[in-house]
Design a protein around this ligand. Structure first.
Ligand SMILES: Nc1nc2c(c(=O)[nH]1)N[C@H]1C(S)=C(S)[C@@H](COP(=O)(O)O)O[C@H]1N2
Ligand SMILES: [Mo]
Length: 250
């Protein structure tokens, strides 16, 4: 049995005062910390200290955690929600003519490949059913098909380019653009997509060609690809410039 300990009321008072001093001290610290944080300058729309944490996360995930041999969870056809949500129309300006569209691939400055949709469709087709996740908080199991980006790279002898750190994608009107690390681009479920639910991609879903990249949040799944380029520095990114994470990995 434990022995009972008698504590004087003076001792209790002393402990109570210490507890309150610590409590208010921590409150003050939290308040000052919050004030300090909100007075920091921003970097691409995000407060600098927060941006540093996002960038640190990116380097840890990109260098040590992400493995392009890992596969995002696959779903059966029966799990697909056919009422595919339409979200975001930046870069999808009217007046676009899919009939004259060609994909542009910048091999190096001043050296651009022009590739038609038929040429892309002639490559092996890959189907992807995955849980599409948007940073706004919704997700949906959706069904897409197209050509694996890694197959596309091989077919057009772009291995050297794909060894650089990043791929940049831009809509034909330059209204929406993303930059993505090439480890994620070369993962086997990343496709240049031209079909949704077994049908040609609808215009508002990014016809004639969009990106589907299950290892990333929805923001990176650029609809209506105009130009693809490669670089070792971060390509411009629409939502990054507006304060979001650059990496956006899942
Ligand atoms: N061109 C373009 N692509 C885009 C966007 C956009 O505004 N413009 N929004 C992105 C975001 S935030 C999401 S969640 C997905 C939505 O794709 P969906 O409309 O096919 O559902 O597209 C992404 N690709
Ligand atoms: Mo999104």
């Amino acid at each position: 049995m434990q022995e009972e300990k008698i504590i004087s009321s003076k001792e209790i008072r002393r402990k109570t005062i210490i507890a309150f001093v610590i409590f208010f001290g921590l409150m003050l610290l939290a308040y000052c910390g919050w004030k300090w944080l909100n007075n920091q300058p921003t970097n691409n729309g995000a407060l600098k200290p927060l941006r540093s944490v996002l960038n640190l996360n990116e380097s840890i995930f990109n260098n040590y955690v992400f493995d392009s041999n890992n596969i995002s969870k696959k779903y059966p056809l029966a799990a697909v929600d056919l009422r595919t949500r339409i979200n975001g129309d930046a870069g999808l300006s009217s007046g676009f003519d899919p009939a004259t569209w060609k994909l542009q691939v910048v091999r190096k400055p001043g050296d651009t490949l022009f590739i038609s949709l038929d040429e892309i469709k002639a490559l092996p087709k890959t189907e992807v059913i995955f849980d599409f996740k948007c940073i706004e908080g919704w997700s949906q199991v959706t069904f897409w098909a197209g050509v694996k980006f890694s197959d596309f790279i091989k077919k057009y002898n772009l291995d050297q380019q794909a060894q650089m750190k990043y791929t940049g994608l831009i809509t034909p009107d330059k209204g929406y653009y993303v930059g993505i690390d090439n480890k994620s681009m070369l993962q086997s479920q990343t496709i240049l997509c031209y079909e949704l639910n077994g049908n040609p991609l609808p215009m508002n879903q990014g016809a004639p060609l969009r990106l589907i990249i299950p290892v990333k949040y929805g923001v990176k799944h650029l609809k209506r690809i105009g130009t693809i380029s490669f670089s070792n520095t971060r390509p411009a990114d629409y939502w990054y410039e507006r304060g979001y994470d650059y990496y956006c990995g899942l």
